[in-house]
Design a protein around this ligand. Structure first.
Ligand SMILES: *Cc1c(COP(=O)(O)O)cnc(C)c1O
Length: 391
């Protein structure tokens, strides 16, 4: 019923939910139980806003996990066209896939670095490994020796997360022992553990330790901040910032106003409407019961679509600005809403109800689900047709 052709550029589908024009029907959208709309123009606008927040640094883009579920094959070219030159993914496979999409000049860095035996794939696909351990450095330097040339690479220091990267002692040992000599270090990076809470003393502690580690690598550009770190101020910007979540509209700082645009809209389709009397048991396990006559709407998305089961009896959908609470458990392919707040006849089978959009952003649905916006995004299911707008 909705959304049958690409949006005109001037219309913002996210902030103007009723603006979607009726046009040539797209059968894939008409068939779907849920539709995920991705606003590429909003992602590009968020990237530009982040450039503005860290004007002295290069602004990269983190596209791991298929651009946090939003389709890296569409997001990457949009950001490259806007001027983004460095892209991060987590795995080698993601890097190889992204290399096929991006223009040759784009730098693609692989955060996990080479798994043992895969070192040769990095120069073969023009990918930059992030070297996280003494072993990764040793094996990559050995490859450089075999190839007879210095290989570009990124070095990661662990400054207080105990996840990936060299300890200060390991860095010193490599610098003192000449272990980095076969490598052309294009970036030295670290990652903040608590950047979304600005008052946390771990932030200045990591900043201090990173600055000290950088002093061991004179002339090597440095990078410390992902989305949240950008908002800790210019001391945290160094030469390159690496936002992911903020590109897609997740709030960078808990409890502060979100300066970024929501870049997605998730809609679920009304499959069936019914009116039930008081004391009707609803859904698996009968975890909800009506207390009065109630209008129920069954929507065609469920936990198989990444619509988290923890939203059972907690979250809500929205229709024309009216909140429709989830009643009962989220099922695999459906979820039941209490639609009684709507005027009679307002909702019909086939209508689309908003779950992420202008009335309920990623952080709001994440709160109801007991998780974070990152997990909501990266859980978005493969069954949704993904409709990219804005470019
Ligand atoms: C995921 C990741 C990022 C991006 O983080 P956001 O919080 O999504 O901006 C940056 N750097 C590293 C090392 C990461 O793992």
């Amino acid at each position: 019923m909705y959304a049958m052709r690409p949006m005109p550029r001037s219309v913002d589908p996210i902030s103007d939910p009723l603006s979607v024009p009726v046009g040539v029907p797209d059968p894939a959208l008409a068939r779907a139980g849920g539709i995920l709309t991705i606003d590429l123009a909003a992602i590009v606008a968020n990237w530009r806003a982040l450039v503005g927040h860290a004007p002295s640094a290069e602004c990269a883009a983190v596209l791991k996990a298929d651009a946090y579920g939003l389709d890296a094959a569409r997001v990457a070219p949009a950001l490259a066209a806007a001027g983004c030159r460095t892209f991060f993914v987590a795995h080698l496979d993601e890097g190889i896939a992204l290399r096929r999409i991006l223009p040759g000049g784009a730098r693609i860095a692989v955060l996990h670095g080479p798994m043992p035996g895969t070192e040769g794939e990095f120069p073969a696909h023009t990918l930059l490994p992030v070297l996280n351990s003494t072993e990764q450095v040793r094996d990559y330097a050995r490859l450089a020796g075999t190839m007879g040339r210095r290989l570009p690479a990124i070095l990661q220091s662990d400054t207080g997360m105990a996840r990936l990267g060299l300890s200060r002692g390991e860095l010193d040992a490599l610098v003192n022992g000449g272990g980095l000599s076969g490598l052309d270090l294009v970036l030295h990076m670290s990652h903040l553990a608590c950047a979304d809470s600005p008052g946390n003393p771990a932030n200045p502690a990591q900043l201090h330790d990173f600055t000290a580690a950088c002093a061991r690598l004179p002339g090597v550009p440095a990078s410390l901040s992902a989305s949240s770190g950008i908002f800790l101020g210019p001391d945290y910007h160094f030469d390159l910032v690496r936002p992911g979540a903020a590109l897609y509209g997740i709030a960078p700082q808990a409890g502060a106003p979100n300066p970024l645009k929501l870049a997605i809209r998730l809609q679920g389709r009304v499959v069936q409407l019914r009116e039930v009397p008081a004391a009707t048991a609803i859904g698996y396990g009968h975890t909800a019961h009506t207390t009065e006559r109630t209008h129920l709407a069954t929507i065609g998305i469920g936990y198989a679509d990444g619509f988290l089961r923890s939203l059972s009896n907690r979250g809500a959908g929205w229709f024309r600005g009216v909140r429709l609470p989830i009643v009962g458990r989220v099922s695999m392919d459906s979820v039941i809403l209490d639609a009684s707040a709507l005027p009679a006849g307002a909702l019909h089978a086939g209508d689309l109800v908003d779950f992420i959009g202008p009335d309920q952003d990623l952080d709001a649905i994440a709160r109801d689900a007991g998780t974070i916006g990152y997990e909501i995004l990266t859980s978005l299911g493969a069954r949704y047709p993904r409709r990219h707008l804005g470019l």
